[in-house]
Design a protein around this ligand. Structure first.
Ligand code: NAD
Ligand code: IPM
Ligand code: MN
Length: 352
């Protein structure tokens, strides 16, 4: 099992270290580790946020475990040199179009949610976010208009095959869960979304046992806070999925808890090639202080074992250890507790 570790910036190295400790403790046979520079770290050491050697390493691996990228020092660089281009480049170069972002309340954590405990307790949803298209990857730029004003522009588009493949991913995911799929768009205003909705409806014909609904994204944001228990699987575009998943994290309790898997079509000897990362960023406000909650990254490692290595047993063990630690009151600063990054790693390891 070839695993590429890409720690990145800010809290990235600290959270990846804890995930690595947890994976080491499982004593999985035949693991080969690789480690590469990405993000601001890639730029500072190699002059590029996604150095060619890092991309090659990721391609040669069976799975990539990614920390976070983003460095305030780099915010004024030209866009193609900014740290965030590393994760966008990996997602597109590796064909990882299907981003699974599960959100479920851990037992005993409903009181930590931004929502009323009885609403939070009902959350068990999966956001399937399209990851290779939308306004993220369209043409963009800044220009001077004819009347001399500065103008920024970004093109939003989806082609039908891009929508169809993510719709299939989401219908299949719904088939393994509560058999309900809600497609979130803005078809009342955007042509991109009208095509999205049309193609999702066409695809639904192949999944008669899945109950499909549609919701505008503004209402979806409201419904996630009002009655999150109504959602099973949500499928949406790149931009809406980015925003709704951060929203879902606070419904669950903290952004330090939400993991993700980014998958494409490539199969490896053990499962599906994928990139695994917490949904949060490099958290520059707490970087270098040992305060970051590594649980989202540890849970991402569990998703890696499940999807890329066919090790449901080991994935479930990690998830149970994290759940037990949370139930025992092992809370990081993000949950109002005092446990630091390493202490949380220790607590998960003890329970493993
Ligand atoms: P962020 O997710 O990094 O942080 C938002 C807030 O949540 C901060 O207050 C932070 O301290 C807190 N937080 C995040 N993760 C935490 C954790 N594990 N434990 C405790 N607290 C945590 O979002 P931001 O501040 O908007 O972005 C910071 C940088 O990260 C930017 O450069 C952004 O582009 C980048 N970013 C990268 C990724 C990624 O690598 N996939 C994702 C999101 C943001
Ligand atoms: C995420 C992040 C990224 C995104 C950024 C860093 C490019 O916010 O993974 O959610 O917008 O997809
Ligand atoms: Mn995001």
């Amino acid at each position: 099992m070839k695993i590429a570790l890409l720690p990145g910036d800010g809290i990235g190295p600290d959270i990846i270290e804890q995930a690595r400790r947890v994976l080491d403790a499982l004593r999985l046979p035949d693991v080969t580790w690789f480690e590469g520079d990405v993000g601001g770290a890639g730029y500072k050491r190699h002059g590029h946020p996604l150095p060619p050697e890092t991309l090659e390493m990721a391609k040669a691996a069976d799975a990539v475990l990614f920390g976070a990228v983003g460095d305030p020092d780099c915010d004024a660089l030209e866009r193609h040199l900014r740290p965030e281009q590393a994760i966008l480049g990996l997602r597109s170069e590796l064909g990882l179009f299907s981003n699974l972002r599960p959100a479920k309340v851990f037992e005993g954590l409903q009181d930590m949610s931004g929502l009323k405990p009885e609403l939070a307790a009902a959350i068990d949803l999966l956001i399937v976010r399209e990851l290779n298209g939308d306004v993220y990857f369209g043409a963009k730029g800044q220009r001077i208009t004819d009347d001399g004003r500065r103008e920024g522009w970004d093109a939003m588009s989806y082609a039908e095959d891009e929508v169809r493949r993510i719709a299939h991913s989401a219908f299949r995911a719904a088939g393994t869960r509560g058999k309900k799929l809600c497609s979130v768009d803005k078809a009342n205003v955007l042509e991109t979304s009208q095509l999205w909705r049309d193609v999702v409806i066409e695809t639904a014909a192949e999944y008669p046992d899945i109950e499909l609904s549609h919701m505008y994204v503004d209402n979806a944001a409201m419904q996630l806070v009002k009655a999150p228990g109504q959602f099973d699987v949500v499928v949406t575009g790149n931009l809406f999925g980015d925003i709704l998943s951060d929203l879902a994290s606070m419904c669950v309790g903290s952004i330090g808890l939400l993991a993700s898997a980014s998958l494409g079509e490539r199969q490896t000897a053990f499962g599906t090639f994928g990139l695994y990362e917490p949904i949060h960023g490099s958290a520059p406000d707490i970087a270098g202080q040992g305060k970051a909650n590594p649980m989202a990254t540890i849970l991402s490692a569990a998703m890696m074992l499940r999807h890329s290595f066919g090790r449901e047993d080991a994935a479930a063990r990690i998830e149970a250890a994290v759940a037990k630690a949370l139930a025992d009151g092992i809370h990081g600063g993000d949950l109002g507790g005092s446990y630091g990054t390493e202490a949380i790693g220790d607590a998960v390891l003890e329970r493993l």
